[in-house]
Design a protein around this ligand. Structure first.
Ligand code: SF4
Ligand code: SF4
Length: 59
């Protein structure tokens, strides 16, 4: 789950994702390959703005 309002597009989550699930588009993060997500929680752990958290990346 991505909270667009809080995301500042810093790219930290994308950099820490071990499966290249996330990319930055127009200053916001997008789950470009949700099927590759292994629910490791790194994105949630590393986001400084609590803008991304695990639920179901397919939304
Ligand atoms: S939970 Fe999914 S999207 Fe987040 S860092 Fe892990 S593999 Fe990537
Ligand atoms: S780490 Fe958080 S604020 Fe930065 S791009 Fe990812 S979701 Fe957005």
């Amino acid at each position: 789950m991505i909270e667009d309002t809080w995301c500042k597009g810093c790219g930290i989550c994308a950099a820490f994702c071990p499966r290249q699930v996330l990319e930055i588009h127009h200053g916001k993060v997008r789950a470009v390959a949700p099927e590759k997500c292994v629910s490791c929680g790194m994105c949630e752990l590393r986001c400084p703005d609590y803008a991304i958290y695990l639920v179901n990346l397919e939304e």
